[in-house]
Design a protein around this ligand. Structure first.
Ligand code: DI6
Ligand code: FE
Length: 403
């Protein structure tokens, strides 16, 4: 296959130290699924056999977005629970009364494969329409071997069907299923025993858990992480979302790829994450939708040099959003990130939270995953909110996908 030239663009490469890695009148040279050359058009190497050429008319180009934390496969919705919360019930109260995650488990188990797949596919298409080229999907609404396997297989099928990279995360330690009521440790024995079987089927890229008063204790999460380590699988953790459980320190001890949420993260947690090189995945959609008031310690994360990612956390209970751009906006308005930090959070640092070094920047050797925007400056991506999608074209692994 010959080379494809994408020219006449303003490139936000996010590479190097310059603000946004900005290149005016830039060009990208794509060789199959990989970027061969990125730079100012005037410096384009001569004598190359360019087979196809696209004039981008001065549009902005960024790396394809990486949504590194979602729960995209599930049945039903939780609109009624939203009503209850608005009347004063808290997320924790609803969970303790058997609603919350458990109600989605019930709806997911009851749905057919095709129903689950179609619903997840529509959600993925909405994310892709705003520039997403890599998507993480967690299990955790099945909570039995059969249903966790089903969720992970459907996630894999989504990645095979759509021009999109899907990374799967095993989150059986999300909530206690009703058949294990009062027997959390027995449930974790089972969940740890399922993992090698699912891994042998090629269904698991990473392992996650919900470390919380309404989830699992650090001692329980440790057992899940040990099962992951025995298989050489990387871990990540829903940590310090509603209270400080010390989950981040535990996860850091296992060399976690990321700790996610982090509103209640302590100074010790920040230090442990910095030492371990774990990414802090901030989820402003869940913070907003649960009407939380405690902010993640962004300034301390920056000072410690912890890389910050931003994701949708798409799920029916705490973050039913399908707009990565809205999350960029909220990461700035609610958490105080700069627009550039927010975009790095949904590209290069999102990729890092998935253990992927081959994407998230526009640079030679990176995957040819990029998005073309109807925007003058990259700050515009975090600036707008709600509606009017500015994404014009998306290229994944060098191939432009149909609009
Ligand atoms: N934290 C979250 O934000 C999601 N899971 C978790 O552990 C929410 C899951 C849900 O409410 O369905
Ligand atoms: Fe989550």
């Amino acid at each position: 296959m010959g080379l494809t030239l994408w020219r006449n663009a303003r490139l936000a490469t996010l590479d190097g130290q310059a603000p946004w890695g900005l290149i005016e009148r830039g060009a990208l040279l794509v060789d199959g699924a990989v970027l061969r050359w990125v730079g100012a058009e005037a410096e384009l190497p001569r004598g190359l056999a360019v087979e196809a050429e696209h004039d981008l008319g001065g549009c902005l180009v960024t790396p394809g977005l990486v949504d590194c934390h979602t729960h995209l496969v599930y049945g039903g919705d939780r609109a009624r629970e939203f009503e209850l919360r608005l009347q004063g019930a808290t997320y924790e109260e609803i969970a303790r009364a058997g609603g919350g995650i458990r109600s989605t488990v019930q709806a997911t188990r009851a749905a057919s494969d095709e129903q689950l797949f179609e619903a997840a596919r529509r959600r993925a298409l909405a994310l892709m329409a705003e520039g997403v080229t890599t998507l993480e999907i967690k299990s955790g609404y099945g909570l039995s071997l059969e249903h966790e396997a089903r969720m992970l297989r459907l996630a894999r099928r989504l990645g095979a069907d759509l021009p999109l990279t899907v990374r799967t995360t095993y989150l059986a330690a999300h909530a206690l299923p009703p058949e294990f009521e009062g027997r959390a440790d027995d449930y974790l024995d089972a969940a740890c025993a399922w993992l090698p079987r699912l891994h042998a089927e090629g269904l698991v890229d990473a392992v996650d858990a919900f470390c919380e008063r309404i989830g699992f204790t650090p001692a329980q999460v440790r057992r899940v992480f040990e099962a992951a380590r025995a298989l050489g699988l990387p871990v990540k953790l829903h940590a310090e979302q509603l209270s400080d459980q010390g989950g981040s320190q535990l996860a850091a001890g296992f060399g976690a790829l990321s700790c996610d949420h982090l509103e209640y993260l302590s100074d010790d947690g920040v230090a442990a994450m910095a030492r371990a090189g774990a990414v802090a995945v901030l989820l402003p959609g869940a913070f907003y939708f649960l009407r939380e008031t405690r902010l993640p310690p962004v300034e301390k994360l920056r000072a410690a040099g912890v890389p910050i990612a931003v994701a949708t956390d798409h799920n029916p209970g705490s973050s039913p959003t399908l707009s990565p751009l809205l999350m960029l906006n909220m990461a700035c308005t609610l958490f105080g990130l700069t627009p550039e930090e927010a975009l790095r959070g949904m590209t290069v640092n999102g990729a890092r939270a998935l253990g992927l070094a081959d994407r998230g920047r526009l640079a030679a050797g990176q995957r040819a995953d990029f998005a073309v925007w109807d925007a003058e400056h990259p700050a515009a991506l975090a600036y707008r909110f709600g509606g009017g999608n500015p994404c014009r074209r998306v290229v994944a692994a060098g191939i432009e996908r149909a609009p």
